[in-house]
Design a protein around this ligand. Structure first.
Ligand code: GAP
Length: 459
């Protein structure tokens, strides 16, 4: 089976790279320093393909997930949400085709003991071999299929142990729970079931920061419809999902869609369109919209012996619904948000500043309260206490005010509230806007309302 998210080197050309001035190393360093994302188990040297999200990263990711949930579940009558177990009955993965077919061809190098995807090998040479080594000295194995599912054992004793898998995609429990959810939620086809959760793949070569990880999050929605309507729903969801990415603030020239060629399609897909983002390492998939036909429900029906067909109440026709799937990577989209938000500016006074220009609704911190002096800590803390009931509000009284603004610019905080020595007398504070750096005096009493209007999510 084709790797469902294999890179597309033909389109990853140099002209695209030139348009992207941000070096990944710069972003990776900023993410670690500011506590967005850093290597998992860092003190042991890290573990390839695993990442931890720090205090700012978890807020950013949570805001992204909340926006997805709002768009896909809360604002629709025809989609309901679930939160399923990560481990499913092992038969699930036989029925889904993953035990048999979820693999990449891989090649081992007996010289350097490293493993590569077969499509990363050019000719007979190991990609790690020094240039001066003769091709004949590279000792590569034949390509072998390598299943990407991560295994674990369930059961207390060796005899009883059963092999189970950490799910490689979040959608299978949506299919196995289809009948239960439809009946419990009193939904009729066409309707969808959505969930956000962790997925695991034993990627042979995790790389490009969080882009290709071994543990990652997906937000998936499976929309069940009559087979005759699947084309219409495919077009509907493709447009909805593209609009979602525009609403995250991605400019048109950072987004494109790409239909899969027949030989690229995953084993379950009849058609697929990728939504791609222009990363510093080229155009890459952040979301897939798939027409899965009736593959999943038919297979689970066959393997479980349970009837998963439905009856059209009007025509009395009995049919197995087809599925249109939207599957977005939360980590990849978070990375895209960081890439799109990053900018470096030279101010009029010659100072440099780094800014993460997130949409206010996605920004990890909405406002920072900055007293001009530590002596103003008490009234400043009171303002923070009041505002943090409504938004994520940070407090900082360490260092000079310019440096504190810079720190918030780097965190992507849209508003800074400065409490000064006049604030006690006139009941006003200064609100500074991140992008324009405009400053306005605002009455403390009306501050929450003022910020609420600015932060209001009108997308
Ligand atoms: N249920 C369909 C499915 O899983 P996929 O194209 O294999 O389809 C969907 O994955 C999305 O999941 C991708 O567009 C990507 O954003 C994310 N994803 C897949 N593999 C990933 C990995 N190794 N690391 C991070 N994200 C990944």
């Amino acid at each position: 089976m084709a790797d469902p998210d294999s890179e597309t080197p033909a389109r990853d050309d140099d002209s695209d790279r030139e348009r992207h001035p941000l070096a990944m190393e710069t972003l990776v360093a900023l993410c670690a320093a500011r506590g967005f994302i850093y290597p998992a188990s860092e003190i042991y040297g890290g573990i390839a393909g695993f990442w931890d999200y720090g205090p700012l990263g978890v807020e950013l990711k949570n805001n992204l997930k909340a926006f997805w949930w709002r768009r896909m579940v809360r604002e629709r009558d025809d989609v309901v949400g679930i939160d399923s177990a990560i481990i499913s009955h092992p038969r699930t993965w036989e029925a889904s085709g993953h035990v048999e077919g979820f693999s990449d061809p891989m090649v081992d190098c007996r010289t350097c003991k490293r493993r590569f995807r077969a499509d990363q090998i050019e000719g007979e040479r190991c990609p790690e071999a020094p240039k001066k080594r003769a091709v004949a000295e590279c000792d590569l194995t034949e390509a072998r299929e390598f299943n990407l599912m991560l295994r674990t054992e369930l059961g207390a004793s060796v005899d009883e142990a059963t092999t189970a898998y950490l799910r490689p995609e979040t959608c299978q429990p949506i299919f196995t729970g289809f009948k239960r959810v439809r009946e419990a939620a009193r939904q009729k086809v066409p309707f969808g079931i959505a969930q956000i959760g962790k997925a695991f793949r034993n990627e042979i070569t995790p790389r490009n920061f969080t882009f290709r990880s071994r543990e990652f999050e997906q937000a998936e929605m499976e929309f069940f419809c009559h087979p005759s309507e699947s084309g219409e729903w495919f077009a509907h969801w493709r447009e909805q999902r593209l609009q979602f990415h525009r609403d995250l603030g991605f400019a048109e020239d950072l987004l494109r869609t790409r239909p899969h060629a027949p030989d690229e399609l995953a084993h379950y897909a009849r058609a697929a369109d990728d939504i791609e983002f222009l990363f510093p390492f080229g155009w890459q998939e952040i979301e897939g919209v798939h027409d899965r036909g009736d593959w999943d429900l038919s297979r689970h029906s066959e393997y479980s012996g349970k009837e998963l067909a439905v009856t059209d109440e009007r025509t009395k026709e009995r049919f197995t619904p087809c599925v249109i799937e939207t599957s977005v990577g939360i980590d990849r989209t978070t990375l895209a948000l960081l890439v799109a938000a990053y900018r470096q500016e030279t101010l009029e006074n010659g100072e440099e500043r780094t800014v993460l220009g997130f949409h206010p609704a996605l920004a990890p911190i909405k406002a920072a309260v900055l007293p001009l002096s530590k002596k103003l800590a008490e009234p400043a803390r009171a303002i923070q206490r009041e505002l943090r009931r409504h938004f994520n509000v940070f407090y900082d009284d360490a260092g000079n005010i310019g440096r504190r603004y810079r720190r918030q610019d780097e965190a992507g905080t849209p508003y800074c509230i400065t409490v000064d020595f006049e604030s006690g007398d006139d009941g006003h504070v200064t609100v500074r806007e991140r992008d324009t750096m405009d400053q306005k005096r605002i009455p403390i009493e009306g501050l929450e309302r003022y910020l609420r209007d600015l932060l209001e999510d009108d997308r």
